[in-house]
Design a binder for this molecule. Structure first.
Ligand SMILES: [Zn+2]
Ligand SMILES: [Zn+2]
Length: 366
């Protein structure tokens, strides 16, 4: 049970609680149950009782301070799905009971140049309010409360137990694929894991010739079942040489940790190709120097991409629903949250971990 109290979410007895969160009280600690009361709901906010939520490795990076120091207690989690149970008086787009989802972005100002251009995921005006997990409570909880503008309506035809990962992993790969989409382009997806398996499905369904690039030769059939037309084993020098200069786009869903590995990956691009990065490794574990010669002389564009805008989220949800694009998930019960987190941190889940909230809010009060 929690011992450290958050300044905004009051720690209370179980029978008084409006929600139960899995909270971390320090880096590399086990999660503890945190019964809490929300701050008063703001006029632009919704409160959601979750049906399922997802876990993402970003949560582990944040909790363990792989990127920067954070305050504890911390409740991360940014793959949110559930029903609206309360709303502020300015929220008109949702009714009580609506099924909604949310991802990594918590709020945007709506007025800055990025918001006006439609790149509201890049809004720099909201400070700590920008991202869902920090410093407010995120999705490792029965209930969450945040601005309604970053909640998205979820169609009933999407299977709820497979939907949360679409809201982080899904949008993370869909947005850059859609942004750089061209039916004539050939795409290589590096890494068949939580992001990569969805990337193959989205890229193929968008209509681009898509290949999978992986260290695991035994994933060939699986990658092809997702829509890959070809499969390249990245630690086979012959296969890598044969694919050299082939792709217009590489979407890298696995970090290169050495310059040689990075050069081998960019060798797969045509001159003038686009190398897209969507993950951030632990900063203390990777010291990657840029291969300037390779990038400049071959005019390779090195591109970062952060989840997606609100518009891109709407498009992704509709596209996934239409093409039945779902992640492969392992499911855990709310009371077994620690097993889900441990599997993500230390195991190799196939491929995303989701937690069923079910009737946890009631049973926890017993
Ligand atoms: Zn994530
Ligand atoms: Zn803005």
């Amino acid at each position: 049970m929690a011992t450290k109290e958050h300044s905004v979410y009051k720690l209370v007895g179980k029978d008084e609680a409006e929600g139960f969160a899995w909270s971390f009280e320090g880096p590399n600690t086990e999660a503890v149950l945190y019964p809490f009361k929300f701050p008063v709901i703001q006029s632009h906010e919704v409160r959601i009782q979750q049906t399922y939520f997802g876990l993402c490795y970003t949560d582990c990076h944040l909790v363990n301070q792989d990127w920067f120091p954070i305050n504890y207690p911390s409740v991360p989690g940014h793959e949110i799905l559930g029903r609206v149970v309360m709303k502020g008086d300015q929220v008109t787009q949702f009714q009580i009971g609506d099924l909604v989802g949310a991802g990594f972005i918590r709020d945007s100002c709506g007025k800055c140049k990025y918001c006006i251009q439609g790149n509201d995921q890049l809004c720099g005006q909201m400070g700590d309010e920008h991202f869902i997990p920090l410093p407010k409570f995120g999705g490792f909880a029965t209930h969450v409360q945040f601005p309604a503008k970053w909640a998205f309506p979820i169609p009933n035809t999407l299977p709820q137990n497979l939907t949360p990962p679409l809201l982080c992993a899904g949008i993370t790969v869909f947005a850059p694929l859609k942004r750089y989409f061209n039916p004539k382009k050939e795409v290589g997806i590096i890494g068949i894991g939580g992001l990569g398996h969805l990337a193959i499905k989205f890229s193929a369904a968008l209509g681009m010739k898509t290949s999978a690039i992986s260290t695991s030769a035994d994933k060939e059939q699986e990658a092809k079942s997702y829509g890959a037309i070809d499969f390249i084993v990245s630690n086979d020098p012959q296969q890598m040489a044969k694919a050299s200069g082939r792709f217009d786009i590489i979407l890298n869903c696995a970090h290169a940790s050495t310059v040689d590995e990075f050069i081998a990956q960019t060798n797969l691009l045509k001159n003038g190709g686009d190398f897209i990065m969507v993950g951030i490794p632990a900063v203390n574990k990777v010291e990657l120097q840029l291969p300037f010669f390779q990038l400049v002389c071959r005019q390779i564009s090195f591109i970062g991409s952060l989840v997606g805008s609100r518009q891109e989220n709407y498009e992704m949800i509709s596209f996934a629903n239409q093409h039945k694009i779902y992640p492969t998930c392992e499911e855990f019960e709310f009371h077994n949250f620690k097993n889900a987190y441990d599997k993500l941190l230390n195991g190799r889940p196939k491929y995303r971990c989701v937690v069923k909230v079910g009737n946890a809010p009631e049973t926890l009060k017993l």
